[in-house]
Design a protein around this ligand. Structure first.
Ligand code: XIL
Length: 460
């Protein structure tokens, strides 16, 4: 990892402990953290420090640990938001069709309420941790079961959830920008918006989030989520927040554009939340990476809070990577003190995000697509969105799989029918306002294109 937080902190050394950390390294840094945490930070907690800027600091909680005194002691002292780690998932809440079991989740919710913490609900619709009966469903039976599940669970917790992860992990990894293939996705591309609408109807008081991983920096996957959120906003599909899981390690470090990525989502008019933060590692490297994540959230006004995915390293779903803020004995790690110092403003100064607009995306236009495919044919809808300048004409390139052919198109003029096909605007949709969008579509035989279309333009 190539972080440079020590130098950043050094720019505004304001507090003595920051200056010390700015020059310390390795084992020296660890002992400096420990020595100082007992003095300067004695009165502060993660929740209180995050609360000073109106944010929450949360953790995932497992019901079976609520009898562990050390665990509960830290939970009650430090955290102001709670996410049930597994207890609200489909396999836990509806183990048999139409038979709901809320005991474990209810215990977590009532514990959270007892300590004045709020709750993030996780997760209503997800391809993973489905009960067996769901895994065996498909088509309209699965769609109905999913909508019933969303409605029942969101209704049970109505008024008690700050934000729901309505849909979790629905996009594919890699460069395709496509939806993840799953039984839910195979019920039709509109399953996500259907889930959000059902959640809103069941609990109008909860914020509704889309949550995913590998979307923490700008990449094909986060671009696809971005396009979906933009589309939902433009069509009035209810969505209030986007969750960034933020599971990091040496192979998947905190991206350099983490803050910019949070900001571009915020600019769509949604809250952004860091929902499952953990960073494998140890010592000052780990502490610095945590500081960068916290700093990024503090710099984005719409970043309303941070949740770590467990309390002690030994509580983690990937305990071997020691990715959390407390060691197995419940002791504060260097990462803890780093997070606390950053929340307390011990790092760089914290300009309001309104004064630091993100750089323009660079793209004059973007094209996103959705496809309805059946055996032997498909319909693809493409949305062309202008960047920060208006368009006077546009053209979109699509690569068809071998053996596929376009048979008709609407709202665009096609050139070629197989291989690399080009679609140009027609007269009535040539002009697209800055930030605006227009749609066209085409039908074909064979299998649908899977790669994201490319968009080229003339600017006005
Ligand atoms: C994990 C839990 O931490 C584990 O206990 C469980 O065995 C598997 O799921 N993304 C998510 C979380 O959205 O629900 C996952 O939680 C971690 C990855």
């Amino acid at each position: 990892m190539t972080f440079e937080p020590a130098r950043e902190r050094g720019r505004t050394p304001g507090r003595m402990r920051s200056a010390v950390l700015g020059v310390a390294a390795g084992a020296v840094a660890v002992s400096a953290f420990i020595a100082l945490s007992g003095t300067a930070d004695a009165a502060s907690t993660l929740g209180a420090s995050a609360g000073a800027s109106g944010r929450y600091f949360g953790t995932a909680v497992a019901a079976n640990k609520l009898s562990d005194a050390t665990y509960v002691g830290i939970l009650d002292r430090e955290f102001t938001m709670v996410t049930p780690e597994n207890e609200m998932k489909w396999d836990a809440t509806e183990p048999n069709q139409d038979s709901f079991s809320y005991a474990d989740a209810d215990r977590i919710v009532s514990h959270a309420t007892g300590i004045g913490a709020r709750v993030r609900g996780h997760a209503l619709a997800w391809h993973s941790q489905q009960p067996g009966w769901v895994q065996n469903l498909s088509g309209t039976a699965l769609r109905s079961a999913m909508l019933n599940h969303v409605t029942q669970v969101a209704t049970h917790y109505r008024g008690r959830i700050y934000a729901w992860d309505v849909v979790n992990e629905a996009f594919a990894d890699g460069g395709s920008g496509a939806r993840r293939d799953s039984n839910l996705q195979r019920t039709g591309n509109d399953w996500i918006e259907a889930a959000f609408r059902a959640a809103r109807a069941a609990d109008p008081t909860a914020k509704l989030c889309y949550n995913d991983y590998n979307t923490d920096g700008q990449n094909a996957k986060s671009n696809a989520v971005y396009a979906m959120v933009q589309d939902f906003k433009s069509r009035g599909v209810p969505i209030d927040c986007v969750g960034f899981q933020s599971h990091f390690n040496a192979q998947s470090p905190v991206p350099g554009d983490y803050q910019a990525n949070l900001q571009r989502f915020a600019n769509l008019g949604v809250e952004v939340q860091i929902t499952e933060l953990d960073i494998e590692g140890s010592g000052s490297t780990q502490a610095d990476a945590f500081a960068r994540v916290v700093q990024a959230c503090l710099h984005v006004t719409a970043c309303t809070g941070i949740t770590v995915w467990g309390i002690r390293d030994t509580d983690s779903w990937r305990a071997g990577g020691t990715p959390l803020l407390f060691d197995g004995n419940g002791g504060k790690k260097a990462a803890y003190t780093s997070v606390l110092n950053t929340l307390d403003g011990g790092g760089t100064s914290n300009p309001p995000s309104s004064s630091t607009p993100p750089p323009p995306s660079g793209a004059a236009c973007t094209a996103t697509f959705s496809t309805n495919a059946w055996s032997g044919g498909f319909v693809t809808t493409v949305k062309v969105t202008a960047g920060s300048s208006a368009l006077s004409s546009w053209s979109v390139g699509v690569t068809l799989p071998g053996g596929s052919a376009v048979t008709s198109a609407w709202n665009a003029q096609g050139t070629g029918t197989s291989g690399a096909v080009q679609f140009a605007n027609v007269s009535y949709n040539a002009r697209v306002a800055a930030g605006g969008s227009t749609e066209f579509g085409f039908q074909g035989t064979g299998s649908a294109p899977s790669a994201a279309p490319t968009c080229t333009v003339s600017l006005t």
